[in-house]
Design a protein around this ligand. Structure first.
Ligand code: SF4
Ligand code: SF4
Length: 191
């Protein structure tokens, strides 16, 4: 079973609830999807088992092949490409790694390069497997890290608690997409 714990904003006690539910379960996986400011591990102090780097693929242009047709610029719905002063510019931070521009370029002038955007760390604290996602400072999207984190959710034996990022942006939607239940931690204000 997967239970996601959400809040409309930061500071409502979402992590406090997730951590305590995980400790109270017989066997649990705690996944910290709040990748911009993960702090659940501070409560668990898990014994480290391993980590993996999260890498995305972004386009890189071969200027010798590029003829400036701008088809890739028109194709990219994320405005991650611009053709300025006879040069194609790639804005890594807003590229969603869809790969479409590479398929679309008639001159085959675009290839992929890898970029490390963060890390997933995992460890154990008594009955809880603790998995933490960390987005590098300056990166715009933690969604590739969330996708990797959710691979650690266990099905039958253990309950997985997903400590979501605050708010309701697409990174939150990604965190809850496979959840069986959601718990909303609210504070007593209109917000
Ligand atoms: S589609 Fe290809 S050739 Fe055209 S501007 Fe983009 S990279 Fe250059
Ligand atoms: S990979 Fe996708 S998102 Fe990134 S620049 Fe190309 S079309 Fe845009």
């Amino acid at each position: 079973m997967k239970i996601a714990v959400l809040s409309g904003k930061g500071g409502t006690g979402k992590t406090l609830v997730s951590v305590n539910l995980a400790v109270a379960a017989k066997e649990a996986v705690y996944i910290d999807c709040d990748v911009e400011e993960p702090n659940g591990h501070l409560f668990f102090e898990p014994k480290p088992i391993g980590s993996e780097q999260i890498v995305i693929k972004i386009p890189v242009v071969d200027e010798k092949l590029c003829n400036g047709c701008r088809k890739c610029v028109e194709f990219c719905k994320f405005n991650a490409l611009a053709y300025i002063n006879n040069k194609l510019i790639v804005f890594d931070e807003v590229c969603h790694s869809c790969g479409g521009c590479m398929l679309f370029c008639p001159e085959k002038a675009l290839a992929e390069k890898e970029k490390m955007i963060g890390e997933v760390q995992y460890g154990v604290s008594e009955n809880v497997t603790v998995v933490t996602g960390i987005l590098n400072i300056g990166e715009a999207s933690g969604i590739p890290i969330i996708k990797n984190l959710l691979n650690y959710a266990k099905g039958e034996q253990a309950i997985t608690f997903i400590d979501c990022p605050p708010g309701s942006a697409c990174i939150v939607m990604e965190s809850i997409k496979d959840a069986d239940y959601c718990i909303l931690v609210a504070e007593p204000t209109f917000f």
